[in-house]
Design a protein around this ligand. Structure first.
Ligand code: ZN
Length: 252
């Protein structure tokens, strides 16, 4: 199995990280740890260096930070990403987040930074991991303007079925997480999206299926079981295909 998106670099795991990782080695081929800020990117790289061959890293700039940061911080974060392209499998998470009441200024900054990062991905031929919240169709329209980007992953996809199918038409990947377990909307999307365009993730420590406990990679099993029930495809086959997709998209 591969957890194609989680944040084991977060301080939430300071006490448990090594135990979780060593335990995961039995079940997982790879774990992809995603950065979302300068500090997070650095921690993700540290983790990758410590567990080389097992933990892989992506460097990103979360749209919520991008919307709030000053230009200097934004420039620095983008520079950090460019300086580390040899250490990472993709640029992300990046994207747009329209949830909550964001000011026009914030939304403008989010957009500006998103476009800059899409330019970087195009220039350096890097896949991207998208965080898009309440902006799925809008982000899709934007990303379509960058056909040079080799691969696109909608992390934790929560948009409509129409957007999902349009993304599939573009050859993009949709990643499903543990929040798909109890949601009708996700069930519909899981049904509609072909296995060939699917990834599985936990987004740990977020989206825990167990109240009061941080999520962890081993819970990916529950998402695969959800896909198994919904699509009526055997666990093993889902595991094999989603693993193949992750290896392909992240060049693992
Ligand atoms: Zn995430």
């Amino acid at each position: 199995m591969i957890d194609s998106h989680c944040h084991l670099n977060f301080v939430d795991f300071d006490e448990t990280r090594d135990v979780i990782i060593n335990k995961s080695k039995k079940e997982f081929r790879y774990i992809v740890d995603c950065g979302a800020s300068i500090e997070g990117n650095n921690r993700s790289l540290e983790l990758k260096n410590k567990y080389d061959e097992f933990i892989k890293s992506t460097f990103g700039y979360h749209p919520v930070y991008a919307g709030k940061d000053d230009k200097e911080t934004t420039d620095k974060t983008i520079e950090q990403i460019i300086n580390n392209l040899d250490n990472i499998q993709a640029i992300g998470e990046i994207g747009l987040d329209f949830s909550e009441n964001r000011s026009e200024d914030e939304l403008n900054r989010q957009h500006k930074t998103f476009h800059r990062l899409l330019d970087v991905a195009t220039e350096y031929d890097m896949p991207i991991v998208l965080h898009v919240r309440e902006a799925e169709q809008h982000a899709l329209e934007i990303v379509k303007e960058y056909p040079g980007i080799p691969d696109v992953i909608f992390h934790c996809f929560s948009g409509t079925k129409t957007t999902a199918l349009e993304a599939v038409d573009c050859g993009y990947y949709l990643s499903f997480a543990t929040n798909a377990l109890f949601s009708k909307k996700h069930k519909k999307n899981i049904k509609a999206v072909p296995l060939e365009n699917m990834l599985t993730e936990t987004d740990s420590p977020y989206l825990s299926p167990v109240k009061g406990e941080p999520n962890q990679p081993s819970n990916i099993r529950l998402t695969i079981e959800r896909i198994e029930r919904t699509k009526n495809i055997e666990f093993k086959e889902i595991e094999k295909q989603t693993e193949k997709n992750a290896i392909n998209v992240y060049n693992l």
